[in-house]
Design a protein around this ligand. Sequence first.
Ligand code: UDX
Length: 446
Amino acid sequence: MKITICGCGYVGLVTGALFADRGNKVICVDNNPKIVNALNSGKIHIFEPGLGKLVQESVKRGNLSFIDKVEEAVQNSDVIFLAVGTPSNGDGSFNLSYIKEAAKDIGRALRNSLGFKVVVVKSTVPQGSYKILSGIINQELGDGSLVEWAYVSNPETLAEGTAVKDFQSPDRIIIGTDSDKAFLIMKELYYPFIIKRDRIMRGSPADAELAKLFSNTALATRVAMINEMARVADITPGADMDVVRRMVCEDSRIGYKFMFPSPGYGGSCFPKDIQGLVAQAKIYGYNPKLLSVIHESNEVHKNYMGERVAGLINCQNTTTVAVWGVTFKPQTDDMRDAASIPIITRLINEGINVNVYDPQDNKARGIFGNKVTFFNDQYEAVKNADALILLTEWRQFDSPDFSRLKTQMKGRQLFDLRNRWLPEAANRNGFDYFGVGRNYLLHEKI
Ligand code: UDX
């Protein structure tokens, strides 16, 4: 099939590369010529495991190309995906200006097209957006056009770090459309990825938009809940959140996923989607009480983590703190809404030198600049540090060499903000261990 993808961010690029990999002819459009030039020479601007190779191979094979003008691509395609960014406005609502602009461009390009075209919205949009976006396309198209087109909402369900794998073996593919003809085209397009088992779920565009927002809201709510429970455990004499978590999650109705205490969730989706869902619900006349406090709970938690660490390290006598991991999760270089930002900023404001090691620190360097010192080796970063904070659970941090840490660090405090380490092992090696929701002894000491 011939496909156009508007937007070369995480979602657009993964989608384009994976469809091209299966033999489709894909043109990805981005209005940034620098990105377009780099991609055409096989250089990708984001870190996503497996993606670079896929892009390079498909470009070489002639199945994937990048341009900065949408018109021609749309006219020559059967399916046009919209995968442009929908960032958050200051008030939590989605900023639809880029996607509206892209919808206009597509409408204009369709005006001079022939045959049947499917326009697919992959970007995350507020519930009900299909009306606005299809309205824009129809308006631009005007009367008398020979093209026939249908609207599909096909939200992305890719997690960063595993996006290629998620696309190759999806647990579900959500297709929201009122058109049977468009649905069949979408099924054909995704067929190679559902050959073992049909994963396609069909509903209306409104169903698909709401399902996407609800999915991320459900996951974010679990994380916010476990983090609030961790705070309860922190002040409950005798409680260890890690033991409590296992006791609860073993109940198959609850389960283990997205129930890991952390310094707070981040990324480009959870914070934005949950606020956007609530903002739109309010526009429609309902203020969802529970959902409207999830984002605030997560923000409070991130700040609390910074306060707690700053409070425990005795800032007056501390000169240097080492941090392992700053990205919002492992296997990505993405720093959007990362919990590391408020926590490290809190330490910097105390006048503490912060040494950072992260295997993908490219974007972090742009954020922190020379306010922190970046290292290329995790053990170099801890030299003379009074404390070490684990902020992102990259696998290489799973089994620290405690004796090496002991020789290289000045102090003996370990803050494990992902609960990855065994407190007894840290203690046995002479360290004071602090986790999330497992500090009852400490509380008693305080
Ligand atoms: C999410 C959804 O998982 C994905 O399906 C959707 O398409 C896009 O949004 P992503 O933002 O890449 O993906 O990351 P995810 O793995 O969901 O993690 C989000 C945040 O929650 C991270 O900061 C992570 O560290 C945090 N998290 C996750 C926890 O703090 N605890 C957990 O138990 C799980």
